[in-house]
Design a protein around this ligand. Structure first.
Ligand code: ZN
Length: 199
């Protein structure tokens, strides 16, 4: 039996105070408002996420239900699950699941078109992306941390404004092009992944 990760959905710790849970819920409801997403696929995912956010609030916002949920959670938390990250093939745009690599550069073979691409899968984002001007052209530099605590810089041509990057967040960067720049950036939530074209 799998127990829904209500705390993960709201991005709060299991010992979060009631006000913290309320503000996380309000924040998420706004963040995943379908009107914020232009593309219909993303809108659908935002809608799915908002549904999970409301389900989490239904339980965690009610002290008695929260207590019951905490008990269920404690009873079921024993075996850690291997995390699969959803990535996008830059050649055919198919999505595929790849085991988390804690940010290590990995060569992935697309199961649909067989193209290989390189990606940093499950890296930790360090600081905020820096905007760097080169003559009249600007690009963004992102700093990634991997599981061995090594830092890597990647360059993205554009970062969409609605891309909510949080310091310390878990991301996957898919590289491509002659200069191995970032082509796609995927922000991994506890429940769903949002991908954006950045190159
Ligand atoms: Zn492909």
């Amino acid at each position: 039996m799998s127990v829904p990760d209500h705390y993960g959905v709201l991005g709060v710790e299991p010992d979060a105070k009631a006000e913290e849970i309320r503000s996380a819920w309000r924040f998420s409801i706004e963040a995943f408002h379908p009107d914020r997403y232009a593309n219909s696929d993303q809108r659908q995912r935002a809608h799915d996420m908002a549904t999970r956010v409301n389900a989490a609030w239904d339980v965690l916002g009610d002290p008695a239900r929260r207590r019951d949920y905490d008990l269920t959670l404690r009873a079921s938390s024993s075996h850690p699950v291997a995390v699969t990250r959803e990535v996008i093939c830059p050649a055919c745009l198919a999505r595929c699941g790849v085991p988390d690599q804690r940010g290590k550069a990995t060569d992935v073979r697309c199961p649909s078109c067989r193209a290989s691409f390189r990606a940093y899968i499950g890296a930790t984002l360090v600081g905020k992306p820096q905007l760097v001007w080169k003559g009249l052209r600007a690009h963004h530099v992102l700093v990634l941390l991997d599981g061995t605590r090594a830092l890597t810089e990647v360059v993205a041509r554009k970062l969409p404004a609605e891309l909510a990057l949080t310091e310390g967040g878990t991301v996957t960067v898919i590289l491509g092009g002659r200069r191995e720049q970032a082509l796609f950036l995927i922000v991994h939530g506890n429940v769903t992944d949002f991908g954006w074209r950045v190159g």
